[in-house]
Design a protein around this ligand. Structure first.
Ligand code: PLP
Length: 404
């Protein structure tokens, strides 16, 4: 028999969300959670029965569906089955996990690496394992939610600094009492804006104030650096980041997260990180797919070059059409819309014409800075980018984001 609950804060929260979602659905402006039913080549998908150009993917090098990666995943299923025997510390470690961790360490030019089952969980567990109540954690204001959640979970004193502003970071570092442990964290490439952290200055400050430096490379592996190794390679500063965190769900077409760094650090995380000890290991197919993907990146350097050309075409083309693409320098291209409603309308117009872009609205971004968050990948052809930009231009004119 169902229980009639009295209204409380929890039920009010649920109802408020239900109302927000149903209003968007009624206005035909709800674009979240749409299932992709099929992949059609590297940059096209079937959604709601229509073939669309995918301009919202994190698969920056177009590796989803790569034959070598698919074969590696299938071979791992034949060899190991689909699951593991538990958590990594007990019976869950497979030979493919060890192989993947060696591959990542080589790729990141680090002594060692450790993997976890998602990027989100990696940030939670790593931050909260490294720092605690007596310590300080300092985070860029635009860092990803998983970093913020890790900082809160750690119980450390949580300070934030103005986005990519190294003077503001130094002010924070100066506020911390001598002798206290401090961890500075930033995204390498910011997930909503596409700009790049000022690593050289950040490293200088961390050394000056004896702080640990952790960089989240979710959107920089396969995107930055001549061979796709990420932010250290981009700035020619290999070995300068203490805690090189990354995901296996974006350029690497799998799921999971990792930290690469010094052997002692990695061993510490392996024995103290709660997500490693208390959560089941990565499934073998996903570990094998990730392992092969790092090798494909190095074997197919043309993908990096094509991504750079495509990102340049997309950013310049949208700017020339009058859009504000904010500070992006990478494959993540925000198209500023302003109000949430306008971002929804831009999405609707574009998707109705088979360009799959998505809105980013508050609270993911500040009120008034809603945007389309378009991405470009190495799988796009120049003419596909041109077509997509023409449709986004028509959308912009139709809803008044740019002059008609
Ligand atoms: C910067 C950043 N860090 C971490 C994550 C979480 O990674 P995952 O989706 O692999 O759990 C994301 C995901 O969007 C991200 O953008």
């Amino acid at each position: 028999m169902e229980f009639e609950r009295e209204q409380d804060a929890v039920s009010r929260r649920i109802q408020a969300m239900r109302q927000r979602v149903s209003e968007a659905k009624e206005a035909n402006l709800y674009y979240f959670n749409q299932p992709v039913s099929e992949l059609r080549g590297g940059a096209r998908v079937i959604v709601r029965g229509r073939e669309m150009g995918m301009f919202a993917s994190y698969s920056y090098l177009g590796l989803i569906g790569h034959p070598r990666i698919n074969s590696a995943a299938k071979a791992a299923v034949d060899r190991y089955g689909t699951g593991t025997h538990g958590v990594r510390s007990l019976a869950g470690t497979l030979a493919i996990h060890t192989e993947l961790e060696e591959t990542i360490a080589d790729f990141k030019k680090a002594e060692a690496s450790v993997t976890f089952t998602s990027g989100y969980v990696t940030n939670l567990t790593v931050v909260s394992t490294l720092v605690g109540r007596e310590d300080y954690v300092i985070s860029d204001k635009l860092n990803h939610a998983s970093i913020v959640d890790g900082c809160v979970m750690s119980g450390a004193k949580f300070l934030r600094f103005r986005h990519n502003d190294m003077d503001a970071l130094e002010i924070r570092l100066k506020q911390i009492p001598d002798g206290a442990a401090k961890l500075v964290i930033a995204d390498a490439v910011f997930s909503m804006d596409g700009d790049i952290i000022d690593l050289p200055k950040m490293v200088e400050l961390c050394r000056k104030y004896n702080a640990w430096l952790m960089i989240d490379e979710a959107h920089s592996v396969g995107v930055l650096g001549d061979t796709g190794r990420g932010i250290e390679e981009h700035f020619d500063m290999i070995g300068s980041v203490d805690i090189k965190m990354g995901t296996l769900s974006k350029t690497i077409p799998s799921v999971g997260g990792y930290v690469a760094g010094k052997r002692d650090l990695v061993e510490y995380l392996r024995h103290a990180g709660r997500a490693y000890i208390f959560s089941a290991a990565l499934p073998p197919a996903q570990a094998a797919a990730a392992n092969e993907a790092f090798k494909v990146i190095l074997d197919e350097p043309w993908r990096m070059e094509k991504l750079r050309i495509n990102a340049n075409q997309f950013i310049q083309g949208l700017k020339n059409r009058g859009f504000d693409t904010m500070l992006t320098e990478t494959a993540i291209v925000p198209v500023l819309c302003g109000d949430d409603e306008v971002a929804y309308q831009m999405t609707q117009y574009s998707q109705q014409r088979d360009v799959f872009v998505l809105p980013v609205i508050s609270p993911a971004v500040p009120v008034g800075l809603a945007r389309l968050r378009a991405t470009v990948t190495a799988a796009h052809e120049s003419h596909e980018i041109e077509t997509a930009m023409n449709i986004i231009e028509q959308a912009g004119k139709a809803v008044g984001v740019i002059q008609g």
